[in-house]
Design a protein around this ligand. Structure first.
Ligand SMILES: [Fe+2]
Ligand SMILES: [Fe+2]
Length: 468
């Protein structure tokens, strides 16, 4: 792939015929954004990317995630609908001057279609919006196949999830008796990476009961594996784990230290007092885990994940343990795992607590990102699961109700939705699939609680989805 030749110019050097690739110099008012400038940028640079300094670190984020106090360095990866902000003419030059945009990366060359991935994504998005009937039919045919595959895989993987959970319980029981080995779960690690779908099992977390120890480990494992490799692919990140098996095993074992905790404490559904002996013991599980895994000669990365998955970015927080850890020692994988661990704990359906809707959990963690959770890991995770993770139940603006069936490619708010209840409140036997990235007049207005909406029947309603 050839590089596009660009040069850096100031506003007064802009000439008609140039194409702006990035906005890269700003008036001092953008050096620390306020609420008003965030809203202005989010409105005018929708779906672009921003490079900012946040908490003394440089970050590349979607414009939608800009926050007050961010220092703006660069705006780039503009979608095609913003073409008018990129094609230099007299009118644009005047507007840029007035707005305090001072420097730009520009090119005189016509862009080759395949030269910039973001631009190409944007081109395909616009193409979809202006698709011919035949193209739209083809698009929906493919989307329908993917949705059907997702339903099929989810159903097929329910047994895999419960068998894997049992295997984890067995190795932890064995460890409690002094027989320490992880061989018992190797078959399931293999089974999931070879024949099953980690992503489909991930979606079960909001649809099916999960206990707080063993199902939790399975759910965290599969969510970690599927999001981790998507992040590597999407962001070109260099991950420590080369194979799906290793990533899955590492995440399955993150709470292995709980095998040193008596079962009655582990399975207790009452919340222990902060300073109680039971709580202290529970909070030792990362230390126990690191000890056991070191004794098994596990790689440092796996030990780091078991040891540091409850360490918060703000290490002074009460909920941060073990205490006194330098956050710099917490590897990216452990930071990502700690987000997924918190997500599963919120969304997981337990008999004794109300579970959160996945989108509500996403918003909750979003508010804590940068304080409790690492911002880079959070933004990566958000980008690959979306604001409405697959399997979420949502209400659309016509008051119909449906399950989220895909992760959006561009707009994190616009997944594909299988409608299971029409706007009149009737449950449907045959379901239509709506791609919100294509149907711009439709949108999600609410996320719904699956249990409140369908009672114990939620999994059945999902399993019986038949797209017409
Ligand atoms: Fe834990
Ligand atoms: Fe955990």
């Amino acid at each position: 792939m050839s590089e596009i030749k660009t040069s850096r110019v100031k506003t007064q050097e802009l000439e008609p015929g140039m194409t702006i690739i990035a906005y890269s110099g700003f008036h001092s008012k953008y050096h620390s954004l306020d609420d008003k400038s965030c809203k202005f940028l989010q409105h005018n640079f929708k779906k672009s990317k921003a490079s900012v300094i946040r908490n003394n670190e440089k970050r590349e984020i979607p414009v939608e995630l800009l926050k007050p106090a961010d220092k703006l360095l660069r705006l780039y990866a503009f979608p095609s609908e913003l073409k008018k902000l990129l094609t230099v003419n007299e009118k644009l030059i005047n507007a840029l001057k007035a707005r305090g945009f001072l420097e730009f990366d520009v090119t005189n060359e016509a862009l080759e279609k395949d030269e910039q991935k973001e631009l190409q994504d944007a081109i395909s998005l616009v193409k979809q919006a202006s698709m011919s009937t035949k193209e739209k039919e083809e698009h929906y045919k493919k989307a329908k196949e993917n949705a059907e595959k997702f339903v099929y895989e989810l159903k097929a993987n329910i047994t895999t999830r419960s068998k894997t959970s049992k295997a984890i319980e067995n190795i932890m029981d064995d460890a409690r008796k002094g027989k320490i080995s992880y061989a018992g779960i190797n078959d399931y690690v293999d089974e999931i990476t070879r024949n099953s779908s980690a992503e489909a099992i991930s979606a079960i977390v909001s649809l099916k009961q999960s206990d707080q120890t063993y199902d939790h480990c399975v759910d965290v494992g599969v969510i970690f594996q599927s999001s981790y490799f998507k992040i590597i692919e999407k962001f070109g990140k260099k991950g420590i784990f080369e194979t799906k098996n290793k990533a899955l095993l590492a995440a399955f074992l993150h709470d292995f230290g709980k095998s040193k905790i008596p079962k009655d404490i582990l399975d207790s559904t009452v919340r222990f007092e902060r300073e109680s002996e039971e709580m202290k013991l529970m909070e030792s599980h990362p230390d126990f885990g690191a000890d056991i895994l070191s004794g098994m000669d596990m790689p440092d990365s796996i030990i780091n994940m078991a040891h540091f998955h409850h360490v918060k970015q703000d290490t002074t927080m009460n909920s941060c343990y073990p205490k006194g850890v330098d956050y710099g020692k917490v590897i990216y994988e452990s930071r990502l795992l700690s987000i997924i661990d918190a997500y599963q704990a919120l969304v997981g359906r337990r008999k004794y607590k109300k579970s959160w809707n996945p989108p509500a959990a996403i918003r909750y963690i979003d508010a804590l990102a940068g304080v409790e959770f690492d911002m880079e890991a959070w933004e990566n995770f958000l980008n690959v699961v979306g604001l409405f993770p697959k399997g979420s139940l949502v209400e659309l603006n016509d008051h119909s109700v449906g399950f989220v069936m895909s992760t959006p490619r561009q707009d994190l708010k616009r997944p594909q939705v299988a409608i299971v209840r029409n706007s009149g409140g009737e449950d449907l036997t045959h379901h239509s699939l709506i791609d919100l990235e294509l149907e711009q007049d439709m949108s999600i207005i609410n996320d719904l609680d699956i249990e409140e909406t369908f009672g114990q029947d939620a999994l059945n309603v999902f399993s019986n989805i038949q797209i017409v």
